[in-house]
Design a protein. Structure first.
Length: 261
């Protein structure tokens, strides 16, 4: 097995058709006991049968499976597993824990319930509406926009926070895996304040996209204050920088016209 020495926001494994683990990320090593070197050592028996059944008939299309995993913290834990087969007939797998995410949401709801126990029903209703609005705002702060079959755009709006990037990362990864995008554009023109943990999550997302897809990733509309922060993360090998979306699209259209002629 090869250790993949890059920080990724989710656990990642690469395995062949026999289940032999070829490479793994830090989070995968911390979450699972990989000593067997095979997926059978970390996946429940019934879930293994589900995975084998899927592997027999799959093509190159990405897929999501619910699998029971054996983790270091629990004998069984339910995960959403996103699988993408590459040209070497190897499965690239990202693991999103369902139980832990549900537990976090439940804890937040219980905490909210405790704080509002002494208030009237109308105030509780307003608070719940506000929570839903905030979640929705995070979703809308980084919409996924396919510009063509080979190019997509994710414009970011407002402050860059860890919560916001977590929400955007999940939807972004799913959308990118569902297509074949050679260029991924992040427009940062409308970004406001930047939190340290937020920018760390953002750089992890960039590295994950680059590693999993091999796509060209371009950052557009970077302001001087944001450029200073990003410079600390040494992203030169991961991204290209462009001044504006107009500049990128003009170059794309010119290139397309030249190809047509």
């Amino acid at each position: 097995m090869q250790y993949f020495n890059q920080t990724l926001p989710l656990a990642f494994l690469k395995a062949d058709r026999n289940g032999e683990i070829l490479s793994y990320s830090t989070l995968a090593r911390d979450s699972f006991d990989l000593s067997d070197g095979n997926l059978k050592g970390i996946i429940d028996e019934e879930s293994i049968e589900k995975l084998v059944h899927y592997s027999r008939g799959t093509g190159m299309e990405p897929v999501k499976l619910e699998l029971n995993m054996k983790t270091k913290d629990a004998p069984l834990a339910l995960f959403d597993v996103h699988i993408l087969w590459d040209s070497d007939d190897c499965a690239n797998m990202i693991f999103l824990p369902k139980d832990s995410s549900n537990e976090v949401l439940m804890n937040k709801l219980l905490e909210l319930q405790g704080r509002l126990a002494s208030t009237d029903f109308e105030l509780l209703e307003k608070k719940e509406e506000l929570e839903q609005v905030l979640i929705r705002l995070n979703h809308l702060s980084g919409p996924f926009i396919p510009l063509s079959e080979s190019m997509c755009l994710i414009p970011l709006f407002g402050d860059i926070t860890a919560d916001k990037i977590n929400v955007i990362s999940e939807s972004c990864l799913k959308s990118v895996f569902a297509g074949e995008y050679g260029e991924i554009l992040f427009d940062l023109t409308a970004v406001g304040e930047v939190e340290d943990k937020g920018i760390e999550k953002f750089t992890q997302l960039i590295k994950t996209l680059n590693f999993m897809t091999g796509s060209i990733i371009k950052l557009i509309g970077i302001k001087p204050n944001l450029a200073k922060v990003l410079n600390n993360y040494k992203l030169d090998e991961w991204v290209q920088l462009d001044q504006s979306l107009k500049q990128v699209l003009s170059f794309y259209l010119d290139r397309k016209e030249q190809g047509a002629s």
